[in-house]
Design a protein around this ligand. Structure first.
Ligand code: FE2
Length: 248
């Protein structure tokens, strides 16, 4: 290829991936008014319709549970789920809706592990996230306590934690402790940051991605997903055989 053809040739087009291959999304914020996701039932219905159009047959929506901002309880989440299911049925949507939660690693989570049954999906998978700002000092003991309490911890969007960008071996260590990793589909577009994209691609290359999640909060995320499904990295991930979404 000479200099001019390099400049003027376009990259190979990538076909849009069909997400019905995995069929199930396990990270989103579709229960209206209880976190920073859907604000109204109309938002929820629009987002659910969007998921259906991407090929999903089921969503497991995961409202934030965070002691500082979103003090959601299983009662609040499951009550909200009921309302969303009813509205979706009235709207004639053809998508199964379930709920769990996205637990933030804070002192209340630590207390709740002993005090209540946390919300899970599939075979006791528990979705959790940690601070974006500071490396959690308690992560080993948190993982140990979750596992010994019978949960299978799933770390939300590992590619979004900057303090691990220079220590990518941390992801292997975390997985060796028994934690599964959930990638955000939109990380592949560079939406969160160029570094998050790079780390997401690294995790795919190393076959370390156990779940793919939309982490969809609003319609803008679904517009980005239209780009994400056309990335080579997503095609690679869908073909890798590492994803467990379809089993949910
Ligand atoms: Fe989330």
């Amino acid at each position: 290829m000479n200099f001019f053809s390099r400049i003027f040739s376009k990259p190979d087009p990538v076909l849009a991936a069909d997400l019905s291959v995995i069929g199930v999304d396990m990270h989103s914020h579709f229960i209206p008014g209880i976190d920073d996701g859907a604000k109204t039932m109309q938002d929820s219905l629009q987002l659910l319709r969007g998921m259906q159009e991407f090929g999903y047959r089921k969503v497991i929506t995961t409202p934030h549970v965070m002691s500082d901002f979103f003090r959601n309880t299983p009662e609040i989440i499951l009550g909200g789920l009921d309302n969303v299911r009813k509205a979706a049925a009235e709207e004639g949507l053809n998508i199964e809706i379930d709920a769990a939660a996205e637990y933030y690693d804070d002192f209340e989570l630590d207390k709740k592990i002993d005090q209540e049954k946390l919300l899970t999906f599939g075979g006791n998978y528990l979705l959790f996230e940690v601070s974006y700002l500071n490396e959690p000092q308690n992560i080993s003991s948190l993982i140990f306590r979750l596992i010994t309490s019978g949960y299978k911890p799933v770390l939300a969007h590992p590619e979004r934690y900057p303090f691990w960008y220079r220590r990518l071996e941390m992801f292997e260590e975390i997985r060796e402790k028994g934690v599964l990793l959930q990638l955000n589909i939109n990380s592949l577009t560079g939406h969160y940051s160029p570094e998050a994209k790079k780390v997401a691609e690294h995790l795919i290359d190393k076959n370390m991605v156990d779940f793919l999640g939309s982490d969809c909060h609003h319609a803008g995320h679904q517009q980005l997903m239209q780009r994400a499904i056309k990335t080579k990295a997503l095609h690679k991930l869908l073909g890798s055989g590492t994803l467990r979404n379809s089993q949910l």
